[in-house]
Write a protein that binds this ligand. Structure first.
Ligand SMILES: *[C@@H]1O[C@H](CO)[C@@H](O)[C@H](O)[C@H]1NC(C)=O
Ligand SMILES: *[C@@H]1O[C@H](CO)[C@@H](O)[C@H](O)[C@H]1NC(C)=O
Ligand SMILES: *[C@@H]1O[C@H](CO)[C@@H](O)[C@H](O)[C@H]1NC(C)=O
Length: 187
């Protein structure tokens, strides 16, 4: 190997180490507010994780959806009980408000350009709150009972801006259109 190949190899190794260590796995994450969740999954796009406890007695999910985000942006996580993708999904959204604290609320996504205002979902939502730490926004909530079982289609999303308290449209390419899947809360 010549010196250039050696340097290229060294830089490649260093870069992958940095990338590996910065992308912390959900199983190693400790919540700053000391909340503990027994299950989690690293979501495949938007640098997001879902952590949860399934509460069998109420068929509800106590969850934390966490994603990388800049202070001006917003995050959302949703269950779609009637299909896949965004339209019809029952969402929880969070962002930093003009006072600098976090706002979080439920909003049903009724069209491809939804109002993004507070609304009622097809299932109960309680204990909703959000935090912002270390460039990461987290939504905490209890959702359910989930009438249609513990395996659901879910969607997650992120946008760069909020205007007058309303999250603005997100990108329509790349990770923003790959952010959906199916999840079994009992797995
Ligand atoms: C994650 O936690 C496990 C067990 O505590 C530990 O062995 C592992 O090294 C940790 N990994 C990272 C990337 O921090
Ligand atoms: C259960 O599924 C039905 C039919 O798809 C749907 O209309 C209803 O909203 C779902 N229930 C909940 C709680 O999401
Ligand atoms: C949800 O909120 C209720 C009422 O404030 C509280 O008693 C309960 O402990 C909360 N549940 C969780 C899991 O934080």
């Amino acid at each position: 190997m010549d010196i250039t190949s050696k340097l290229t190899l060294l830089f490649g190794t260093l870069l992958s180490l940095v990338l590996f260590t910065s992308a912390q796995r959900c199983s190693n994450y400790t919540f700053p507010n000391n909340q503990v969740f027994s299950s989690c999954t690293d979501l495949p796009s938007l640098q997001a994780q879902l952590h949860w406890n399934y509460i069998a007695s109420t068929r509800s999910i106590h969850l934390a959806y966490k994603a990388n985000q800049a202070p001006a942006g917003w995050i959302a996580w949703a269950i779609n009980p009637t299909g896949t993708g965004m339209v019809g999904s029952q969402a929880l959204v969070a962002f930093q408000n003009s006072e600098g604290s976090m706002t979080a609320y439920p909003t049903p996504v009724t069209s491809s350009s939804p109002s993004m205002q507070t609304g009622t979902l097809s299932f109960k939502v309680s204990n909703i709150s959000a935090t912002y730490d270390n460039n990461e926004m987290t939504i905490f909530a209890i959702v359910g009972p989930l009438e249609n079982g513990t395996t659901v289609n879910h969607v997650w999303q992120a946008g760069n801006s909020v205007s007058n308290g309303i999250p603005q449209a997100h990108a329509l390419s790349g990770p923003n259109i790959q952010s959906m899947g199916r999840i079994n809360f009992l797995a």
